[in-house]
Design a protein around this ligand. Structure first.
Ligand SMILES: Nc1ncnc2c1ncn2[C@@H]1O[C@H](COP(=O)(O)OP(=O)(O)OP(=O)(O)O)[C@@H](O)[C@H]1O
Ligand SMILES: [Mg+2]
Length: 416
């Protein structure tokens, strides 16, 4: 069983939304999944229409029972949500957990010990953490094999990121466990320039510590939660559903069994590295402290080796990231520039090449993670998608897009 803690002490960054919908997507893909709510706010129950007044026993009772002589089994508190998804709900009592466990040895290992009883019964356990760094979050990290840190793609989220990760890192040093931790861009609003620039910077700095999948801002996710449904049930063709399907695929694919031993690193070390880059990121980005005024001074990454394809002119390296990435027309050619530091292969499929990606590969620019290509096409409106290591996706730096017949989005470029 893989145990994935969804953690960030910042409130409202999307932890519960990620927990519920990732768990639901994994279950829909055939994996037996357990969702554990470690937040006294009990939002997982709310988001899955489990009536709070009927929760007689919660994960609190199971955790606390480990320190008493009347053990309660996890299976006694579970609610079945769908064929392969079960919820261990939280309750307000959890807010007293830290106080009640004070002085009890091994109090950080309660969840780990509880989950150890069901290791062979589930493929995944997703643990939703409270917006605080305390004994509950520590229990989650202690039990985890992986951690997902959702980060809102807004300036203020970025500003707090370094502090958040630093605290987590201190906590994890005590934990001394080997966990794979990754940042997930959440609530991404492609229409705002701020979000696009921050995504570019996050990708550039965090590289392989970041999920390729982005969770877009999608009001359907909010509606689904308020009606107590996972997005897959509420609106199976929504953008939100596509994002969580892709996230689940990436999670499943991220650690093929045979490679596990190579990937495992210390969580504390990784968080420290991420936190340092978050600081550098803030310094280098020179992003204004308020949303609103346009960003003037973000430099596009430098090309480090001679470029094989024709590229945007040199002066363009000083322009804003939002103008640099995506698609633009330069004279009679269309230039595609994108950022995928971890990709091995980036191609474009579109009307102009009969949707055959192998005909239009992008070329890697040095080691910066930037990929680009230039095409000459007659004037007209073209639809395209990026194909990154075989995964078809919308161009994240082009806000001009339309729904395609397959339920995905095609990016659009108008060549004059
Ligand atoms: N991708 C998204 N698109 C639109 N709304 C979202 C998205 N993700 C989360 N939300 C909404 O933002 C609000 C906060 O999200 P959520 O409850 O998942 O955050 P959280 O980190 O769990 O918060 P807390 O720290 O309080 O537990 C909710 O109303 C949720 O529906
Ligand atoms: Mg929450």
């Amino acid at each position: 069983m893989r145990t994935i803690a969804v953690v960030n002490q910042k409130g409202g960054c999307g932890k519960t939304t990620v927990s519920i919908n990732l768990a639901s997507a994994l279950a829909d893909m055939g994996h037996k999944t357990l969702l554990v709510d470690m937040d006294p706010q009990s939002h997982c129950a709310v988001g899955l229409a489990v009536p709070e007044d009927q929760i007689e026993q919660s994960i609190y009772d199971v955790l606390i029972s480990t320190s008493r002589n009347e053990p309660i089994r996890l299976t006694e508190v579970l609610w079945q949500i769908s064929d392969r998804l079960e919820l261990a709900p939280a309750s307000i009592d959890l807010s007293a957990f830290e106080q009640q466990m004070a002085g009890i040895p091994e109090r950080e290992c309660c969840l780990k010990n509880v989950l150890a009883q069901v290791l062979s019964e589930y493929d995944y356990a997703i643990v939703d953490c409270p917006p605080a760094v305390g004994l509950l979050t520590f229990n989650a990290l202690r039990a985890a094999t992986d951690a997902i840190v959702p980060v809102e793609t807004g300036y203020f989220a970025l500003h707090g990121l370094s502090k958040q990760l630093e605290t987590l890192s201190i906590l994890c040093k005590r934990c001394n466990r080997q966990v794979d931790v990754r940042v997930l861009a959440s609530m991404y609003d492609i229409r705002t320039k701020m979000a696009r620039e921050i995504l570019a910077e996050l990708r550039n700095h965090f590289a392989d510590k970041m999920f390729k999948t982005i969770v877009n801002f999608n009001t359907k996710l909010k509606e689904a939660a308020s009606l107590g449904q996972p997005i897959a049930e509420y609106d199976p063709v929504s953008r939100g559903q596509m994002d969580f399907h892709a996230l689940a695929e990436e999670v499943i694919g991220s650690r093929p069994k045979e490679q596990r031993h190579e990937i495992v690193k210390s969580l504390a070390g990784q968080l420290e590295a991420i936190s340092t880059t978050a600081d550098q990121l803030l310094k280098s980005a020179k992003i204004p402290k308020t949303e609103g005024p346009p960003i003037q001074e973000i430099k596009a990454p430098k090309a480090e080796e001679p470029q094989k394809t024709e590229t945007p002119q040199k002066t363009e390296t000083d322009i804003k990231l939002s103008d640099y990435y995506g698609v633009s027309q330069i004279n009679d050619a269309v230039v595609f520039v994108t950022l995928y530091p971890r990709a091995k292969d980036v191609q474009i499929a579109g009307d102009f090449n009969n949707w055959q990606p192998e005909k239009t590969p992008l070329h890697k620019v040095g080691t910066s993670g930037v990929w680009q290509t230039k095409l000459k096409v007659p004037a007209g409106k073209y639809r395209y998608r990026l194909v990154v290591d075989g995964h078809w996706q919308q161009d994240p730096y082009n806000e001009n897009a339309e729904l395609n017949p397959f339920g995905g989005f095609n990016s659009i470029v108008d060549v004059k």
